[in-house]
Every structure is written in C-alpha cells, then in structure tokens.
Design a protein around this ligand. Structure first.
Ligand code: HEM
Ligand code: HEM
Length: 180
C-alpha cells in the first residue's frame, strides 16, 4: 500500500478525525437540547466545551493542511470545491460564534449559575445588558444557521458516498486503508 507523503494516502489524519467526530457529536447533541428546550446547564457546559475544543482544533488545523482532494472531473471541479471550502470555513466561524453568543446571552441577568457540569464555575463575560440581549437574538439566528449547515454538510457527505461513490466520506472515517 503506497503512502502518499503527508496526505496519509488521501485521508484526514487521526487528530483531524478525532476533532471532527467529537465536536460533531457535541454539536448535534447541543442542537437537540437547544431546540427541544432541554437541560440548559448541560447545554451551556457542552457549548463551552465545543468552544474550547474548536480553539484547539483551529490552532492545530493552521499547522496541518487537509489531504488534497482527488482529481475531479473537469465539469464538477470548480463550483463544488468552492462550496466545500466556503462551507467548511463557515463551520469554523459558527463553531466559535454560536457558543460565544450563547455565553454572552447567559452573562446578562446573571440569574442562573454558570458552571462546567457542576465541577467548576465558568465566569460571566464582562459585557453590558444590551450586549447580552444582542447575544440572545444572535444565538437564535446563528443556532439555526448551524442546523442548516449541518443538514447541507450531511447531505453532501451522503451524496459523495452513495451517489458519486468517490471515497470522500471515507477520508473522514477512522481506518487504516488508503482512500482512492
Ligand atoms: C455548540 C454550541 C451551541 C449550539 C449548537 C447551540 C444551539 C442552540 C439552539 C439551536 C437554541 C434554540 C434556539 C433559541 O431559542 O435561541 C439554543 C438556545 C439556548 N442556548 Fe445555545 N447553543 C450552543 C451553545 C450555548 C452556550 C455556550 C450557551 C451559554 C453558555 C448557550 C445558551 C443557550 C440558552 C440560555 C438558550 C435558550 C434561549 C431561550 O430559551 O431563549 N448555548 N442554543
Ligand atoms: C454535525 C456537526 C458537524 C460539523 C460541525 C462538521 C464540520 C466539519 C468541518 C469543519 C470539516 C472540514 C475539515 C477541514 O478540512 O478542516 C468537515 C469535513 C468533513 N465532514 Fe463534517 N461536520 C459535522 C458532521 C458530519 C457528519 C455527520 C458527516 C457524515 C455523514 C460528516 C462528514 C464529513 C466529511 C466526509 C468531511 C471531509 C470532506 C473533505 O474531504 O473535504 N461531517 N466537517
């Protein structure tokens, strides 16, 4: 089996895959809790965890390029690559902005304690009431934006896997085999 330099035979590295799936699971859980109005202390602690992991993921990503995409047929290469790049970038922005706006909202009236699964306190952000208010408005908008982007992203992954059968999903799955 030929290993293609730093691209790991066309798949994401183990660290990238671990970051991807841990954060994806936490985001799906938090969208669910947020939308059904479940336990807010859990929602807040999971959201802050996503924020911290995302800072680590971005720092790591800046030093590690993803594996190059395999050559695509010329008629699909242009716009699909652009949409993929733009949506991945939008994810990184939302992975920061969604938890930050939630944190801002929860720093307003200070009526509820803010802690990490009851283990240690999380400080309130030092912001005004009107900024917290804005955080609330924005959290709703960017939260739904995140849900929409996840839907688009999953649809794209499934299209690659079942319709195009091009190995793009396998690039992000754990495993040792090289990806075509
Ligand atoms: C991955 C991170 C997060 C996601 C995907 C997420 C998503 C959502 C969604 C979809 C809602 C329901 C829409 C709404 O009513 O605004 C919501 C509500 C809420 N979120 Fe988050 N959130 C995240 C992080 C946080 C964080 C870090 C905090 C606070 C520290 C927070 C605090 C809240 C609160 C207090 C509500 C209830 C708002 C209300 O009932 O009006 N969220 N979240
Ligand atoms: C639900 C939360 C999710 C988030 C926030 C998320 C986020 C991301 C991000 C930011 C990237 C780009 C990685 C980079 O190049 O830096 C990515 C890639 C990828 N994601 Fe997700 N993802 C999620 C869920 C999923 C799910 C459920 C699937 C599969 C059904 C999936 C499949 C993939 C694949 C295959 C790639 C690699 C695309 C490529 O090779 O260019 N993701 N994801």
């Amino acid at each position: 089996m030929a290993t293609v330099g730093p691209s790991h035979g066309g798949r994401y590295s183990r660290v990238a895959i671990l970051f991807h799936w841990v954060i994806a699971a936490l985001v799906v859980a938090n969208l669910w809790i947020g939308l059904i109005g479940g336990s807010m202390p859990v929602h807040k602690a999971v959201g802050i965890t996503v924020l911290v992991l995302t800072l680590g993921r971005i720092a790591w990503r800046l030093g590690h390029r993803p594996p190059p995409l395999p050559p695509l047929p010329p008629e699909t290469a242009g716009w699909e690559r652009m949409v993929a790049r733009a949506s991945h970038f939008a994810f990184y922005v939302l992975l920061l902005v969604v938890p930050l706006t939630g944190w801002a909202m929860s720093s307003g009236a200070k009526r509820y304690p803010l802690d990490w699964f009851g283990l240690f306190p999380i400080p309130y952000l030092p912001i005004s009431d009107s900024a917290a208010h804005l955080g609330h408005e924005l959290h709703e908008i960017v939260g739904f934006g995140m849900a929409g982007l996840v839907a688009l992203h999953v649809a794209a992954a499934l299209r690659h896997h079942f319709l195009l059968r091009d190995g793009v999903l396998a690039r992000m799955l754990p495993g040792r085999r090289a990806v075509p």
